[in-house]
Design a protein around this ligand. Sequence first.
Ligand SMILES: [Ca+2]
Length: 322
Amino acid sequence: MARTCGSVGRRLLAKRPCSVWSAGPLLLLAGAGLHAQTVISFDEPGYAAGMPPPAPWVMNGAAGQVVAGAGVGGSQALGLETAIADFYLPTPLGPADGAQRISVKVDLPYEVSAASSYPMNFMKFGQLLVVGSGQVASVGWSMEDWDRQLPHQPGDFTVKISGGQTIGQFVPDQVVAFYEVLFDFAADWTSVTVTVRPPQGVELVHQLSWNGSQVGRMQFYGNDYAQLGLYGTVVTYYDDLVLGNVVVTPPTVNIRLVDGPAVLLSWPATYIGYILESASALPPAVQWDPVAGEPVIVGSDFVVTIPIVDTQRFFQLHKPQQ
Ligand SMILES: [Ca+2]
């Protein structure tokens, strides 16, 4: 059985109780704000193929332009080769806007094709920065194929966040595919959750602190470096920049019986900061207590296993206000 729980506010606070010991999926509805959204797909009038993007973009480096056929679904995209594009937000986003999302898709092409006659060592890197006042959040990636082995090996491609910390690795394939990078600012702008979502597989999620300042600018990097003096024509493509999208999808919690007897509760690991609570009864005598033990990550889920010791128990996910 499944039951839908209530929605309170826009701070992901789920306070209504949900069913227990149920075998089916259990949906907790969290609050969802809805703000004006700006989408730049590089296909609108003004974004002409072969030309630098118009203001409020500012190009730093000559080899940056709108490229036809390089975007999502064969659309136009921003292509940067050894260039930096500054994007000044039409209206800065900040705490007064509540929770906000900034996302963009990045194509990380395979490059150095197997058909290449040059067995080159090469390094390709790019970076995406969200710039506040005295504060930057960034996602960077690099592909370093020093062993010249195709297909690329695990470890050739790493993803790093602000401060240089490596948060994961991918093994890119030859399919042109876009990685989605998301910066989710908490409602009070004291933290930003950075997500790197690959075309397939498990996404990387990491939370950074944020100093509460407004975001007025982004920087898009496309850099490459081919060793041995060979060609360096690697282009990083960006598409579908979205500002202000905070349509928050609530976490879905799954409950199932396992040996023990016990129940196994799981929810997507992208929902950071949620606390699993339980109660022995529903209102009017409800008291929610945190469930002992930290959830562990299994695959792409947070998982908690709880021995069955009561005849009934109720669970909810609760995200404390920050
Ligand atoms: Ca496009």
